[in-house]
Write a new protein. Sequence first.
Length: 311
Amino acid sequence: MIFLKMPSGNLKAHLSVLGANLLYGANYSIAKKVMPEYIGPFGFIVVRVVCAAILFFIAGLFIKEKIEAKFFKRLILCAFFGIALNQLLFFWGLSKTAPINAALMMTTNPIMVLIMAHFILNEKISWLKILGIAIGIAGASTLIVFGKKISLTSETAIGDLMVLVNSLSFAVFLIMVKPVMMKYHVVTIMKWTFLFGTFMVLPFGFHQCMEARWADLDFNLWLAIIYVVLGVTFIAYFLNVVALRHLSPSVVSFYIYLQPVFATMFSLIFNEGKPNYLQLISAILIFTGVYLVSKNRTSKEIVLSISDKKI
């Protein structure tokens, strides 16, 4: 098992990032009930970010902590890469390409994180970690493309590029938020990050938010919105950043390969389909990759190597 013989802090961190990606996996089947029929994608982003900012500020009332002025520049950049650019480019790119293309572009995220973490955080690129990522890509890609037609053409190129840059932006976010995470409480970091993110996404989604068919939403649709806001945004971001206290950014990013597994699982549940052997093999490959990647340098060791650097 992945979690055997891990320190309690590492176990909690792995469970946190696992929980975050479980929430993301269910999101594919839930968010589409509301978007874009009742609210446009950019409008939905505004709802997510604004509501999450409010929730984090409410939670922040119980955390008496002030951030030094020098760290606000980094938090603004975290908001730009981790919230605004990340979410806007993904939905914009998805509207210009096929979902299968977008899913494949997102498999590049752990590779980007691994390379940047090596140069910025001095995280070692071991052969074990490279092997784990390769196995994870094989499992995730097989699960994504099986039985589907891939169309990488000039018509999808712009959308594919947008999703690829979105993947890069989230990689930058994980790298940039890591040092701040080791100094301040996650709620303190997230409340300012989402506040700055709010001002960044408002110009793009305010109009769609105002034109949303709020009056047509029934109870189930409101539950779907609550799930996306509370689960996929507030809790998932919280869990991902919490995990960074004990895990390296490359390990946290690697869990993205579990999203197709969870998405498939929820799709089977909601559509009453039947699993096949290929889905099982893909899941085994991905969990094997998680195990190999997690058997590397710990977060505390990485922090020691960057503790003397300016952040």
